[in-house]
Structures are given as structure tokens and as C-alpha cells.
Design a protein around this ligand. Structure first.
Ligand code: ADP
Ligand code: MG
Length: 243
């Protein structure tokens, strides 16, 4: 589903991704953990072309977004990234649109389907995330956990094949993380292909099929939750996990 090869990215002189290589299988949930500044967000943003890398390849569903450092054309990039949804730490909802308006904006702009189909799906997805009664309110009326659930429903509106999460609960009060993690857990059970950058170690251990530990721009270690949390190979993994 996702094949990343020797991804390299620098900001000026700072090398942020150093030959990052990994794959994600269809239906797999991969959790990415690691210290702040290790390149997790940059890696995720590169996958959806919010950052351009300096070298390496990103192949999504067999199509090269970037191949050995050279990017595909505009139309192909749009085609590839349209199959991916991303959820950010700070929700990024449009404050001037209602919840329903937030969900329906992108599909209405794309005009690929009828208005009634779009309305039906936004209704379904709001029920799925437990917010059927919030369709007509504005984001400012919602708690952080509700905002993030709206952001997840919005990402699902375009029927993505892949969902990326960048610390989806890091901006939330602890009592609100559970309701967001429950929605993500349900997506994992439905075999959505996902990469989740998270500091929620219990969640990663529980829900992920595989853990990637990033440190200083590299994948230091990766494996099953049992391997990474149970018997990490590297001292720096143990130290990060405070084992
Ligand atoms: P993480 O998500 O693991 O905390 P990031 O990918 O956000 O790490 O950042 C990795 C490194 O790249 C950090 O040192 C950060 O300061 C730097 N960085 C991130 N974005 C930019 C940018 N737009 N310009 C310059 N440096 C950046
Ligand atoms: Mg980050």
C-alpha cells in the first residue's frame, strides 16, 4: 500500500530524514513513536506532499509520488494524494463553517457525486463518530475531543484508502483522548490502512500491528508491539520507553 525507500529531507543544513525506509501493507495499522524533533511529522507530511523530499521514493498503491528524488507530474500527484486523508494535532477545522459544512466542503468542491449523496455520507460519518446531533453547530461550540472526531469524519468523507494521523490526541485534555482513540481503534478493526504518530504508548501497543521507533531522522527500530515494548533491541528504544 505504501512503500517508502531511502527518504531524505533537509531543512537547510539540518538533515531531518536520513534514508527512511519502510512499507505498510493494506489494512495495517502502523504506530510511529519517537522523541520530539525526530522527523515523525516531516515523514508523514511528505507522504501527502505537504513537504517535498530531497531524495528517495514514495510509492503509494504502486504509483510513484516521488521516484528516486524526482516528483511525478501535478495531475498524478493529485491523483495519488487524493486517496489519502490526514488528521492533524490541532484539528484544522474551518471556523466559519458548521460541522456539516466542514465535512461537505471538499466533496462539494470536487463535484464527483450528487448533493444528496454527499449529505447522506456526512450524516452517516457523523453518526459513526458519535456526533449526529452536532451537524449544525460551529466548531467553536465543540470540545477538543469532539473537534477531533469531526476532523476524522471529514477526512473520511473522500473515502480515503489510507489515513494518516499526526498526534491526534496531543492537544486534548486527558479525559478527552479516549473518545478519539475509540474512533481510531474502530477504524483499525475495520482494516483501514493507517499510520498514526502518537505519544499514547498504551494505545500504540494495543491497536497497532507494527511499531516504528524514529530517532534523529532515522527508523532506529521497528517490530511488533510485543517486540518493541517487550524486548527492544536498542538501548535508545528502551530509554525512550523508560523500560
Ligand atoms: P517530530 O514530528 O518528530 O517532532 P518534525 O518532523 O516536526 O519532528 O521535525 C524534525 C526536525 O525538523 C526538527 O528539528 C524541526 O525543528 C525541523 N523542522 C521541521 N519543520 C521545519 C521547517 N519547516 N523548517 C525548518 N526546520 C523544520
Ligand atoms: Mg511532530
Amino acid at each position: 500500500m505504501i512503500e517508502v525507500k531511502e527518504l531524505q529531507k533537509s531543512f537547510g543544513k539540518l538533515e531531518v530524514l536520513k534514508k527512511v525506509t519502510f512499507t505498510v501493507d493494506p489494512g495495517e495499522t502502523v504506530a510511529v513513536i519517537g522523541p520530539s524533533g525526530s522527523g515523525k511529522s516531516t515523514m508523514l507530511r511528505s507522504l501527502v506532499h505537504l513537504e517535498e523530499v530531497n531524495g528517495g521514493s514514495i510509492i503509494i498503491q504502486g504509483q510513484a509520488l516521488v521516484d528516486n528524488g524526482s516528483y511525478a507530474g501535478h495531475a498524478q500527484i493529485k491523483g495519488i494524494t487524493s486517496k489519502m486523508g490526514m488528521v492533524f494535532q490541532h484539528f484544522n477545522l474551518f471556523p466559519h463553517l458548521t460541522v456539516r459544512g466542514n465535512l461537505e466542503l471538499a466533496p462539494r468542491t470536487l463535484k464527483r457525486e450528487s448533493s444528496s449523496e454527499i449529505t447522506a455520507r456526512s450524516k452517516d460519518l457523523l453518526s459513526k463518530v458519535g456526533l449526529a446531533d452536532k451537524a449544525d453547530v460551529y466548531p467553536s461550540m465543540l470540545s477538543g475531543g469532539q473537534k477531533q472526531r469531526v476532523a476524522i469524519a471529514r477526512a473520511l468523507m473522500l473515502s480515503p484508502d489510507i489515513l494518516l494521523f499526526d498526534e491526534p490526541t496531543s492537544a486534548l485534555d486527558p479525559e478527552l483522548t479516549g473518545e478519539v482513540l475509540r474512533v481510531i481503534r474502530q477504524l483499525a478493526e475495520e482494516k483501514m490502512t493507517m499510520i498514526i504518530v502518537t505519544h499514547e504508548m498504551n494505545f500504540a501497543r494495543d491497536v497497532a500491528d507494527r511499531i516504528i521507533f524514529m530517532d534523529k531522522g532515522e527508523i532506529a527500530e521497528s517490530g511488533t508491539p510485543e517486540q518493541i515494548f517487550g524486548s527492544p533491541r536498542l538501548a535508545r528504544t528502551r530509554s525512550f520507553l523508560k523500560l
